[in-house]
Design a binder for this molecule. Structure first.
Ligand SMILES: Nc1ncnc2c1ncn2[C@@H]1O[C@H](COP(=O)(O)OP(=O)(O)O)[C@@H](O)[C@H]1O
Ligand SMILES: [Mg+2]
Length: 328
């Protein structure tokens, strides 16, 4: 339930990184957040709130900030909610001709009867992140496996199930920073599945992310920069830039990409609120890509903050310690 949430370690690392350049205070994204933000009236908010309930959960704090007219970092409520609904995001991508695997949405077991699909398939919950609900068994090769996995997700998550064409090729994750013409693609990270235990499906499953990869024994699953020809890297960067733009991403995002059998890249999903675990042994991809580009964790955090402040027209001089003395 809480897998998407940042740990205190990450929250404090973000705070310390911001504190290298600006005064900073923490506001917990709980039910009291609205009142605190209203009283504090910060010059700028570094939003990393994941939310807990519903498909619009990532949009809730940004919506409060818009209501209060407080500028903040990252995508707006519409983009955050849209990207969490993987089917809606794929519809927008398809409309704009940005390649993404074909899919059907299954709302109940009865829907399976009319589903016209070709095996193998990938089965996943519609709106979870952090590999929640994505198990090794989610790659299905026949109707019996499909029915079992769909039934499992429907009963466990009580949300529609995305049944997608399985993309058999290499997988990458692409960290992006900036806006408009200054959109920058950081070195591409490859996820190679050779390091997974023998016999497992080549996917970044819950088991791979949270069980087989431990900070005391990191799984050798990532390489950055990915070994790609310049033309192939450019094709992936171009696909990601188009996806970022058509979905209205701002300041930063991490996009998951996978190749089809012909080697053509497809967008798997867009993460406008990327994971940013601070320690290299945590194997968090956005900070990893930033390190490959020569940026420390603190440099990454202050860079994205300044990109966002510039977008909102907030000068550094506006960010000063608050003068209110009563506790909030
Ligand atoms: N259509 C697909 N084809 C092949 N692998 C997939 C597909 N969709 C998801 N996966 C695998 O499952 C992993 C998790 O899926 P993703 O949609 O990125 O979920 P999450 O939001 O949990 O990161 C991906 O990193 C990839 O390895
Ligand atoms: Mg993903």
């Amino acid at each position: 339930m809480y897998a998407e949430w940042d740990t205190m370690d990450t929250i404090l690392a973000v705070r310390d990184a911001i504190a290298t350049k600006y005064p900073v205070e923490l506001v917990e994204a709980n039910e009291d957040a609205y009142g605190k933000l209203r009283t504090l009236r910060p010059a700028f908010v570094f939003n990393i709130a994941e939310g807990l309930h519903g498909v619009s959960r990532e949009a809730q704090v940004p919506a409060m900030l818009e209501f209060l007219q407080i500028p903040y970092l990252g995508s707006d409520p519409l983009t955050l909610a849209l990207c969490l609904d993987k089917a809606r995001a794929k519809e927008v991508l398809s409309y704009h001709g940005v390649r993404t695997a074909s899919f059907v949405l299954i709302r109940s077991m009865a829907d399976l009867e009319d589903a016209r699909v070709r095996f193998p398939l990938m089965v996943k919950p519609l709106h979870e992140g952090s590999s929640k609900g994505i198990y090794n068994s989610c790659v299905v090769r026949n109707p019996e496996e499909l029915e079992k996995e769909v039934g499992h997700i429907l009963s466990m998550y009580h949300e529609p199930v995305l049944v997608e064409e399985f993309l058999p090729g290499r997988e990458f994750t692409v960290a992006m920073l900036g806006n408009g013409d200054d959109l920058r693609v950081l070195p591409i990270v490859e996820i190679s599945f050779d390091a997974l235990p023998a016999g497992m499906n080549p996917i970044y499953s819950y088991e791979a992310k949270w069980i087989w990869d431990r900070s005391d024994k990191p799984l050798e699953i990532f390489s950055c920069p990915a070994k790609l020809t310049e033309a192939h890297a450019e094709e992936i960067r171009d696909l990601c830039k188009r996806a970022y733009r058509v979905l209205g991403c701002r300041d930063w995002s991490r996009l998951d990409v996978r190749l089809d059998a012909a080697g053509k890249p497809h967008i798997l999903e867009i993460n406008p609120l990327p994971g940013i675990l601070p320690r290299p042994e945590d194997n968090s991809c956005f900070p990893k890509a930033a390190r490959a580009a020569g940026m420390s964790y603190a440099q990454l955090i202050t860079a994205v903050l300044e990109i966002a402040m510039a977008r909102c027209g907030v000068p550094a001089s506006a960010v000063v310690p608050r003068t209110i003395t009563e506790p909030v």
